[in-house]
Design a protein around this ligand. Structure first.
Ligand SMILES: C[S@@+](CC[C@H](N)C(=O)[O-])C[C@H]1O[C@@H](n2cnc3c(N)ncnc32)[C@H](O)[C@@H]1O
Length: 255
């Protein structure tokens, strides 16, 4: 083995180890990303506490915030069994999107839902796929191009602000809110970007149900979501309970 091929073999082994470790350290898939709190002061409303394996050690209304899922685990978002586990057809029915509406898919990942929203709002509507990981936005762009979808626009947000370029009818968090490191700031920023009567929707794995095979910090109870939103200028509308493992919780902008 010469120097070049030896170096290459080490590189391949190290890359494989990083990918495999990443894939098996989070919930049912996906690794953890870098510490989003490093060097940042703690805003009021939050508390520091015990840091568990999947969490940040930062608490909001008694809930430890989860680490966000690394782009290394992106294939998990496109797993073939996901259609049966999450029933996106039922999600779309519950959302009842209308042609021409503008949707913010916060934490869009690879766009598993973004293209469905894009189809529902049609060519006169638009979907902002917001992400804090540019690598996810690259995957989103590739996936939308492969499907010929042209009304999904990638947006790089920050943990505090989705940086939406225009007002939206719907902001939706699908398996995302529990891992937002700055949930209060994020929802405040979103409320400023919602059109009058605009909706914020959370889809979370049901924390009340021990049979749902997802790590505890990556689930949320309905009560906890409502408790956190009570601090925001939002009115609770309803909870849709037709999904196999998740609940879909709808709020509307107040006033
Ligand atoms: C479990 S994935 C879900 C992706 C997608 N919603 C889906 O259902 O396929 C969570 C995603 O949320 C993103 N995320 C976490 N915190 C975020 C924030 N504050 N703003 C935007 N994206 C965020 C992560 O980068 C990650 O891609």
């Amino acid at each position: 083995m010469n120097f070049r091929s030896g170096y290459r073999a080490i590189w391949v082994v190290m890359t494989t180890v990083v990918v495999v470790v990443g894939l098996f350290t989070a919930r049912a898939g996906g690794g953890q990303a870098a510490d989003p709190l490093k060097g940042k002061p703690l805003a009021s409303g939050y508390a520091l506490g015990t840091k568990t394996r999947d969490g940040l050690g930062k608490y909001y209304f008694g809930r430890e915030i989860a680490h966000y899922m690394s782009h290394v685990g992106a294939p998990w978002l496109e797993r073939p069994e996901r259609d049966q586990e999450e029933r996106p057809d039922l999600v779309m029915k519950a959302l009842n999107l209308q042609p021409g509406q503008v949707v913010a898919d916060i934490g869009c990942g690879t766009g598993y839902f973004s293209w469905r929203f894009a189809e529902a709002v049609g060519p006169k509507g638009k979907v902002f796929g917001v992400e804090i990981q540019p690598e996810m936005l690259e995957l989103l762009a590739k996936a939308m191009a492969a499907r010929g979808v042209t009304n999904v626009v990638g947006v790089v947000g920050t943990p505090e602000d989705p940086k939406l370029p225009e007002p939206v009818d719907l902001a939706i968090f699908i398996d995302v809110y529990h891992e937002c490191s700055h949930p209060a700031e994020m929802i405040e920023a979103l409320c400023r970007s919602l059109k009058p009567n605009g909706r914020i929707v959370f889809i979370e794995y049901r924390g009340e149900d021990p049979a749902v095979p997802i790590k505890p910090l990556h689930k949320m109870t309905e009560e906890q979501v409502k408790r956190e939103m009570a601090a925001q200028p939002l009115d609770y509308v309803e909870t849709v309970k037709t999904l196999p493992r998740q609940h879909l919780i709808i709020f509307r902008k107040r006033g």
